[in-house]
Design a protein around this ligand. Structure first.
Ligand SMILES: [Zn+2]
Length: 172
């Protein structure tokens, strides 16, 4: 892989390797402390609809990122959160201290309101429900707990008018 540095985050601080049944994954090549940016994504394509490789930036906007960001797997117990960056994509921020050798992963519900297909989850965490569930299928408690580390648009009202407040009411 080409070694590039964005914003002081070195691509060589992570490594791409086999992640068992998940295929490739991204692993920490050094320790990251909580709050540190571990991976910087950069948009390379804007597909008109979500794809298996895209992440969602807004209700009607999807981007495909470069590597290694595009290779980050989902976890039901993630060690990364997301934050919009100047590359029209996401930075991935350590939610806790991460040790060298740990797989880096975020929860796809942090960016996806829906998924392109029903996806089984092999993250292996104790919290795993066996299926990747997008934001639209998460309860309010999960949303509140993770609100600081999700795509900004998920905290806004959807174009259909079914904003977080209405969804909260409809779940009761
Ligand atoms: Zn899982």
């Amino acid at each position: 892989m080409r070694l590039i540095s964005y914003e002081g985050v070195r691509v060589e601080d992570v490594e791409v390797a086999e992640a068992g049944p998940k295929g490739l994954g991204v692993f920490a090549a050094r320790r990251f402390v909580r709050g540190e940016t571990a991976v910087v994504g950069r948009a390379i394509a804007y597909p008109p609809q979500r794809t298996r490789m895209s992440v969602q930036m807004h209700w009607d906007r999807h981007v495909e990122m470069d590597a290694p960001a595009t290779l980050l797997n989902h976890s039901c117990e993630p060690n990364l959160g997301v934050r919009e960056n100047r590359w029209s994509a996401f930075d991935f921020i350590a939610l806790r201290d991460i040790f060298a050798g740990e797989e880096l992963a975020f929860d796809y519900a942090m960016t996806e309101h829906a998924l392109v297909a029903r996806l089984s989850c092999r993250c292996g965490s104790l919290a795993c429900g066996g299926e990747i569930r997008p934001w639209g299928e998460r309860d309010q408690a999960w949303r509140d707990q993770n609100a600081a580390w999700v795509a900004h648009y998920l905290r806004t009202s959807s174009p259909s008018g079914a904003g977080p407040r209405l969804e909260r009411l409809s779940q009761r």
